[in-house]
Design a protein around this ligand. Sequence first.
Ligand SMILES: [Cu+2]
Length: 640
Amino acid sequence: MAQATTDSPLTSVRHPLAALTADEAGQASRLALAAAGPGTRLVYCALAEPAKREVLAWEGRPLPRQARCVLYERPAGQTWVITVSLDRAGVVRKVLVPDVQPPLMAEEWMADSERIKADPGFRAALARRGITDMSLVQVDPWPASNFGLEIDASGRRLARGVAYLLDGRGSNPYARPVENLVAVADRDTGEVLAIEDGEVVPVPQDPGRYDAASTGELRHLSALQILQPDGPGFSVDDGCLTWGPWQMRVSLHPIEGLVLHQIGYRDQGRLRPIIYRASLSEMVVPYGSTAMNHWWKNAFDAGDVGLGKMANPLELGCECLGEIVYLDAVAVDEDGAASVLPQAVCLHEEDYGVLWMHRDAANQAAETRRSRRMVVSSIATVGNYEYGFFWYFYLDGTIQAEVKLTGIIQTQAVRPGTRASYASPVTPELAGPHHQHLFSFRLDMCLDGPANSVYEVDAVPVPAGPANPYGNAFTVQETLLETESSAQRMAAPERSRSWKIVNHSERNACGEPVGYSLVPTHASAPLLAQPSAAIASRAAFATRHLWVTPARDDEVRAAGEFPNQHPGGAGLPAWTAADRPVNDTGIAVWHTVGVTHFCRPEDFPVMPVEYTGFTLRPAGFFDRNPALDLAPAGPDHCAP
Ligand SMILES: [Cu+2]
């Protein structure tokens, strides 16, 4: 998927990072498919981003415009990356990537589900549970993960399928899981290779419906309208968003979802760069249960599936409220046919309460300014879960990334009166297996220029003694993280730990390097699986809250580009083994945030949004409060 443009470009020369149009994505996909062998399928097509140095040096002359297509040659089981020139309508590079599995394709999900349902052994296992009407059976064929088993080393493209019993059309499949039954299937041949069939547990009765027609008398809220009579306070031109002093490029990548480029802030007439590229590099949902249907579940929803590919078309008044501008995206199917996915990215402003205020005690004069934030968001549906990715930009220079988790939990059927291990009860018939959602954000930093460094900043109590005669003193300890190994760090709330990104060659009014603090507001527990578990090497990024690497255009995905069935070790652990210096150079800062999810009854049948994310706050980037210049709120908002 590439992002379509809702506004026509103002000039014929588009920005080097301007998203592919539907025509470009379709043309590139056709050329790539034509260059591949028979039976090849298109997995995704995205803009081939020009090198960062070329983009930063760009002065308006057109750069070569290329698309990068990932393809799967099914008969040979081979993955190709084919780069296509859109200027010359031809293939530039064709690279075979050995021993990897590309992300899952939508057509595979549908086909594998039907093949498993048609398997006689699977049907017999269902019949043993009294289930014979296959029209009421849903099979979810998950990415199979990799546990170093013989079947994992076979090179087969594998699915592990689990079943649910529907309660009629539109019902909630996850309310009625078929427990202790797993089919292992070959996605290429359609063969069901193994069926694991354990103790029969009755399928829960509660249909778990959550639609408005099923939930009884509805509670209505009073009307709430957000009006901006003058229209939105921002503008978008071919993916370039400008809001007050803020400027950035917004796009939707098929795998990473929202990607923001060239985030900058206009300060006293000068556009100051902050981040070159901000993205979700990977995410993983490791399950902590030993049960047959759950122990192997480790969804890498970016690299296994694709968060942009699964983006929702958003609706005014539903996912977004207020004066909204939407950006469309482009979806490309496995045949290379491109279509527009409408309203995939939502842009709007939100009031955010008080930004700053003070009432002078002597003369009772009060000054108050209201806070507002620019919101850039997209919501992906991956199987049972929804993930909303929200970037917020505030008037005081703060940047915040937030993930909103909602949708339906993975469920485990239990006999009423019993309790499942490594799971929490959600209904008398259902448990929710313990699991985590761990997200790795990558920030290619560019604070006032590409050469940046990172300090770990701790609050440190001072031992009582001559230097602390009253016992109350504490100090701040800043430690420069000089190499990749020294920059693998954990959060430490007991030390108010943050990480300060600085540019040593640019100084603020206090003579200090300009900086931004990465505040780990939702660091959560890191990966809880044992170091010996397969997932610990497959999702090594999730074992640390912070990594810093030299920023390289070809190192953007924390678990490597193809985590699907990967045995592990790719991405951050492989790159950082060289222990490269990360001081006064172009750096990528990788931050793991997440949720450790012990399911609650309140998470069923559909889960209220849970939040995670982080904050980037200016820390000596500006010389004083950068929001002093805001006009006071109008008298109708702020009467004396
Ligand atoms: Cu969860």
